[in-house]
Structures are given as structure tokens and as C-alpha cells.
Design a protein around this ligand. Structure first.
Ligand code: ZN
Ligand code: ZN
Length: 350
């Protein structure tokens, strides 16, 4: 009996259901096809992802199995239905333009906190995205807040107005790059810019680096409106009774506790006791506000959470928040709110 793998050429059409748009799923399928010598194509449609795969039967079988088994970190594959179709014989594998029409049911992923690779670039003075507040890749960045329609492709996002520069376009088109088909791909040369704005809407004068200037404003005790993904936060330094008191007075929020933004886990540990579960939650991609037991020596204003044994903490979830928290170097109050008349200045992407 032969144990040789089945070399008969087969072609299947597979529908992948679940959260598979905006998570680098098509690039993953492309690389998988390349690895296994599979021909065919992949596309996003209103329901999810559709793939056609052609090659030796054994390779096609392995390919279909790995569509769910090896899916990228942000994807959630609910099911893969594969059915045989006629062999076509065209070599190569491609990502084809999305299909339009029909009912939109494909789930779009939530925004996801900046990944370690993007953070490393942000901190690297030689990287072209050094301190760029809107850096992202297929493993992190905005999704839900920039999507205006499905399928999830750049023309149907708020990034449509930003034409990619040559360097970004090259990353976007390179199957081996982690920004391959990253829809919000951007850099300082072609993407959104951050601005520091006075209350009357004019740019703050003489500012070279708006984020550094915003951090200095916070250190000077100002209240800042910071535009993040999906809305504004009001921010001020958390270790200043004067700043926190002023924010409370303006928000008419007598004694409800304020949540705090800290630069990293070490900074969090200076304020609260963290067990393993709390730390895992704090560093998870959704970046929730985590309540943890306050340390007696936590250096924050008494009016942050009067009488409460716990503090609500979160870690930065966008490059802008990372930069601001690190530049300020002190815990910051981060509370939702509209800028209205509360903030001294606004720090926002344009
Ligand atoms: Zn990233
Ligand atoms: Zn660019």
C-alpha cells in the first residue's frame, strides 16, 4: 500500500466565518498559500472571507485545516466551510478586490492596543515612525472607530482621505511585511498629524512637537482635552491637588472616583497592588480600566478617589497615549468628557 501523499490536484472554495476582517487575515492566507504551494485567491466580502485554493490534495487539506488552526492573533474564526470546485489551473495566489453588494454581516474587530513591534518603532530615533502618534499595523490599531462600511478596506474607512506615500505603499503591498494590507497604514509623511489647539480653535504658537508640548501643559497643571479613538478624554496630572480639584469643579463631579492613565505596568505598581489576574487584564488588548487596591504610599491627589480603597487604572492604548503618558512621566487623570469649556487646550489628530 502506498503511503505517498495524495498528489491529485484539487480545488476547494472555503468560506471563513467569524471576526476575520481588519486582523491581517488575508495576508495570513496569502503567506500560508505561499508556504504550501497553493494557487488561488482570497477576498473579503460582506460575511467574512472567501478563499479558493488549488494544489495537491494533501496540501489543500493542510491549508484548509490551518485556516482556523493558525489564524492571526486578533482573528476569531467561528467556522470554515470548504466545498470542492472545478480545477482552474491558473498558477499563483492573490488577494483580490473586495466584493460589494449584499447584506453586511461581517463583524469588525474592536480597536486594539498598540503592539510591541509598533512600540519599539515609536521609541527608535532612527525609525521613520519615531514618535508618530498614529502608527499601527495588522496586529494593532484602530478598527471599529474608523470603519464606515463593510467590507473593511481603506476606501470604507476614515483613512480614505490619506493617500499612502511610496514607503507606506511598499509595506502595504509586501506580503512579508507586517503592514501588508493594513488598512490604516500611515506615517508622518502621509498620515494624520497631531495638533495642540487653543480653546478658540487656533494652533498653539511656537510648538515643534505637539505631544511634548501637551505633556508640558499637563505638568504645568493645565486640563487638556485629548482626542483618542472614539472620543475625548479630559486629562490632568493626578498628583496635583490643584489640577484635580479644578477638573472636579469644572466637571461638577463632586466625589466620583477618576480613572488614571499610567505609562506602563511599573508605573501602575507604584500606585496599586496588582495580582497576576489584574495585571493580565490591565495589559490585555482591549485596555480596560482595572480596579486594584491602592497602595498607602500612592503619590496622587487625595481628591482622585476620596475614601475609596481601590484606584481605577488603565495603560495607554494608542501611540498618542503612550507618548503622552511617557513624556508627562506622572500618573494622569483620564476621564471621558467633551472638551466644551472644560479644557484649557486640545490635543487632537487631524
Ligand atoms: Zn502594531
Ligand atoms: Zn507614509
Amino acid at each position: 500500500m502506498s503511503t505517498r501523499p495524495d498528489e491529485t490536484v484539487r480545488r476547494v472554495r472555503a468560506r471563513v466565518d467569524g471576526t476575520v476582517q481588519g486582523v491581517g487575515y488575508r495576508p495570513f492566507v496569502y503567506r500560508l498559500a505561499d508556504e504550501l504551494g497553493i494557487a488561488g485567491w482570497v477576498l473579503n466580502d460582506e460575511r467574512g472571507v472567501v478563499v479558493e485554493a488549488e494544489g495537491p490534495a494533501g496540501a489543500v487539506e493542510a491549508f484548509v485545516a490551518r485556516l482556523s488552526a493558525d489564524a492571526p492573533p486578533l482573528a476569531e474564526v467561528r467556522g470554515v466551510q470548504a466545498e470542492p470546485v472545478a480545477v482552474v489551473g491558473t498558477p499563483g495566489f492573490e488577494i483580490v478586490a473586495s466584493e460589494r453588494g449584499g447584506a453586511a454581516t461581517a463583524p469588525v474587530t474592536p480597536d486594539s492596543a498598540t503592539c510591541a513591534d509598533c512600540l519599539a518603532e515609536l521609541a527608535d530615533p532612527d525609525d521613520r515612525r519615531h514618535r508618530y502618534p498614529f502608527s499601527n499595523c495588522t496586529n494593532c490599531g484602530p478598527r471599529f472607530t474608523i470603519v464606515q462600511g463593510i467590507p473593511y478596506d481603506r476606501p470604507l474607512t476614515t483613512m480614505a482621505g490619506f493617500e499612502m506615500c511610496d514607503a507606506c505603499r511598499a509595506e502595504y503591498e509586501d506580503p512579508l511585511d507586517r503592514r501588508f494590507h493594513a488598512q490604516p497604514n500611515a506615517c508622518p509623511a502621509c498620515g494624520p498629524q497631531v495638533r495642540l489647539i487653543e480653546r478658540n480653535g487656533s494652533d498653539v504658537e511656537g510648538v515643534e512637537d505637539p505631544v511634548r508640548a501637551a505633556a508640558q501643559d499637563l505638568l504645568d497643571g493645565r486640563i487638556l482635552a485629548v482626542k483618542g479613538l472614539g472620543g475625548y478624554h479630559l486629562a490632568c496630572r493626578a498628583d496635583s491637588e490643584e489640577a484635580v480639584g479644578a477638573l472636579r469643579a469644572r466637571k461638577h463631579r463632586e466625589d466620583r472616583p477618576f480613572a488614571l492613565l499610567v505609562a506602563d505596568v511599573d508605573a501602575a505598581r507604584r500606585l496599586v497592588e496588582l495580582d497576576a489576574a489584574e495585571e493580565a487584564l490591565l495589559t490585555s488588548r482591549a485596555r480596560p480600566i482595572v480596579l486594584a487596591r491602592r497602595r498607602p504610599d500612592a503619590d496622587i491627589a487625595a481628591s482622585i478617589a476620596p475614601g475609596a480603597p481601590d484606584l481605577g487604572l488603565m495603560l495607554p492604548y494608542t501611540p498618542l497615549h503612550h507618548l503622552l503618558a511617557h513624556d508627562a512621566g506622572v500618573p494622569l487623570v483620564f476621564t471621558s468628557g467633551t472638551p466644551a469649556s472644560w479644557a484649557s487646550r486640545w490635543c487632537s489628530g487631524v
